[in-house]
Write a protein that binds this ligand. Structure first.
Ligand code: MN
Length: 296
């Protein structure tokens, strides 16, 4: 069913364009770190966004062998390819073509994320989403969401939207938890524009920190004074917090954009590698717990 687009009175401006940094992680996987540590405060509760995209097995084949996490969530969205994950609690799953793994590391687990392909394209994203201090030591939990389970709709402008989390145009995402339990209330959309181009509008609460990331083509952000800021391919645009939503415009061609927004936690952020807590003392405890085999 076609969804009617909302009308905004004051769409947000682009505050800043970010170019990702090429890096390697895991056992040598080449990727682009789009959201880096210096942006964690500005984009609270988002901690990291990695984009991996390669058709060269030398870039991804080594994967991410056993490693721990504590204190936050990892959300992996596979655009193309297959990745198998296994964790210390005995869970195992295959993440592939359009599917999502939403993992709440909580008090901690040890897992591996390994490519299950020896050739072809591997493309996707891993997002790190912070947990409030009260939930950082919760029981680890995860959900594998197959592509077909991700709600999808088309707007009256022929834009196709995949709702991974949150709500768009009255459509509730694959992951949706009551704000009372889950204060960050994250929105995660994958927006596909028609080849003819067009507009997409999303209501966003002003308090929520928000950004877009372009992974095909290029998109314009239409602000309240009708100025359009171009966001080129593989750039992240941080949106200001002044306004009632987001207005994107694509020229003809293939354009795909991730849209993310969430309510900030406004808590201290302390990170040491794969552990994200509120204080340095909690990080030291995390390292000890891991070294003593008390994580998963
Ligand atoms: Mn991991």
């Amino acid at each position: 069913m076609t969804k009617t687009s909302p009308t905004l009175s004051a769409p947000r401006h682009v505050e800043r364009l970010i170019t990702g940094q090429p890096t390697t992680d895991g056992a040598g996987v080449k990727l682009t770190r789009v959201l880096t540590q210096d942006l964690q405060r500005r984009l609270d509760p988002f901690l990291m966004l990695d984009n991996f995209a390669s058709d060269d097995p030398d870039d991804y084949g080594a994967g991410f062998p056993s490693h721990p996490h504590r204190g936050f969530e990892t959300v992996t969205y596979m655009i193309a390819g297959r990745m198998r994950h296994k964790d210390s609690a005995g869970h195992e799953g295959l993440l592939q073509n359009g599917g999502v793994q939403w993992m709440t590391a909580g008090r901690g687990l040890v897992h591996s994320e390994m490519p299950e392909q020896e050739e072809g394209v591997m493309e996707g994203f891993q997002l790190w989403l912070n947990l409030p201090g009260k939930d950082k030591l919760c029981t680890p939990w995860y959900r594998d969401i197959q592509s077909a389970q991700i709600p999808e709709f088309t707007t009256d402008s022929h834009v196709t939207v995949r709702v991974i989390s949150g709500e768009s145009h009255g459509v509730t995402g694959a992951m949706h938890r009551p704000a009372t339990d889950y204060p960050t209330n994250p929105l995660y959309l994958d927006v596909h524009f028609p080849d003819s181009g067009g507009d997409f509008v999303q209501v966003l609460p002003a308090l929520h920190n928000a950004f877009v990331y372009v992974y095909r083509g290029e998109v314009g952000v239409v602000a309240k004074d009708d100025t359009v800021s171009a966001v080129p391919l593989h750039r992240m645009a941080i949106l200001d917090n002044d306004g009632d939503g987001l207005h994107l415009r694509a020229a003809p061609g293939v354009t795909r954009v991730l849209v993310l927004a969430a309510q900030p936690l406004n808590e201290p952020i302390a990170q040491y590698g794969p552990f994200v807590m509120n204080t340095r003392q909690e990080l030291m405890t995390a390292v000890e717990d891991f070294q003593n085999g008390h994580m998963g």
